[in-house]
Write a new protein. Structure first.
Length: 150
């Protein structure tokens, strides 16, 4: 019985953690806001029936990067919680405390690397948006808008 209990508790914890992610799928939008036959009325300010241009490709890349960043932030938060719980339950055991510290250090280092790469790529996309002949406009440093029709 104890063998099954050891498998059920981690499964239930993962189920509870990931249950917060599933409602986000309902709010999902397309990666590239163009080339569709019917415009989605819930996306205000975006006409999804427009033909695709280079601008839409850059917006798609930016959306993929933002999606990946959000996943990494979530995984980092989960790993920090796991590392903290592991540290609390180590009860003075040096090996377990070392494992918990390693989990925390690895999670924060990975998040820092991903965050710096995200800033670099988003800044590069922002520099591309200053080119008037590409038809890309930046409303802020991480929001892009297609200014010209194909």
């Amino acid at each position: 019985m104890k063998k099954h209990k050891n498998k059920i508790i981690p499964f239930l914890l993962l189920l509870i953690i990931f249950s917060f992610v599933f409602p986000l799928v309902a709010d999902a939008v397309g990666i590239v806001p163009c080339g569709r036959k019917v415009d989605d009325p819930t996306t205000a300010g975006i006409n999804e029936t427009d033909r695709c241009t280079l601008c839409h490709l850059i917006i798609g890349i930016q959306r993929i990067i933002t999606y990946g960043r959000n996943i990494v932030a979530f995984v980092t938060l989960v790993m920090i919680v796991i590392g903290g719980i592991w540290y609390i339950f180590s009860t003075g055991n040096e090996q377990r405390m070392g494992t918990a510290k390693n989990i925390l250090k690895t999670a924060l280092t990975g998040f820092a690397i991903v965050f710096l790469v995200w800033i670099t790529v988003n800044y590069t996309l922002y520099l591309l948006s200053t080119k008037a002949d590409l038809g890309i406009g930046a409303t802020s440093w991480d929001q892009f808008k297609c200014d010209i029709a194909p």
